[in-house]
Design a protein around this ligand. Sequence first.
Ligand SMILES: Nc1ncnc2c1ncn2[C@@H]1O[C@H](COP(=O)(O)OP(=O)(O)OP(=O)(O)O)[C@@H](O)[C@H]1O
Length: 258
Amino acid sequence: MHSSNDLLLEARGIRKSYHKDKIELPILRGVDVGFVAGELTALVGRSGSGKSTLMHLLATLDQPDSGEVWFDGNRIDNQSRAKRDQYRNSQIGIIFQFYHLLPELSAIENVLAPAMIRRSVLGYLRDRKQLRLRAEAMLDRVGLLNRSHHQPSEMSGGEMQRVAIARSLMSNPKMLLADEPTGNLDTETGATILRLLRELNQEDDLTIVMITHDDAIAETADRCYRMCDGLLESNDAIVSNGQSGIKQGSTKLATAAA
Ligand SMILES: Nc1ncnc2c1ncn2[C@@H]1O[C@H](COP(=O)(O)OP(=O)(O)OP(=O)(O)O)[C@@H](O)[C@H]1O
């Protein structure tokens, strides 16, 4: 069990600008946010407001201009590249709107690919039986074991997203970062993916942060943050699986530090 103060991932005072033609474009202007272990949190905000930028920083795919990222009690943004890679490869799973599957590989090969890349050839050969069993188990977890040998072109969008989810689970991560996981799917298929994410959250104790454009989806989250003008506002009215009202014991985690 987790308490509401049990933050698995935290961003403190995050600032990030992009530069174009010597002009500075401030995107994140001092974001403070904490993600509670065991919760499914939605991140909403208009297009271009910086949601993906924040997620990239949380995943250490990019570095903030200033501010800190903490995971499970350790500061991670200032670690060496190797340490950040290790964090990304072992503690978190990432899924994207457009799945990012390799088109020439089958479902099971896609699930295995990151584990193969991370190992030396010898290491892969040594572990391959175990890895394959794990990949099969993950495909089974998302209900797609019978599609193991299908290529992405032979699968629907929802099936491709499930393969991407299976791939993200390979390293047994504590947390899943999902950037518009239903953004490319029809409502019904999107609902199936959401149910799967909720199942992983509740049954496998996976903490989830999910970017979405869809307020109806955000309302199903335990907690919702809205990105606005480079800052994050918490919306404590949208909590607890769509039941409106202030969640018992919830703390306002996002502060707007300009
Ligand atoms: N590499 C880059 N160089 C310059 N500007 C960038 C770069 N990446 C993103 N931006 C700009 O930063 C802003 C925030 O982008 P970001 O993708 O984080 O927004 P978002 O809220 O996720 O949008 P969407 O909901 O449309 O995906 C946008 O205005 C975008 O054009």
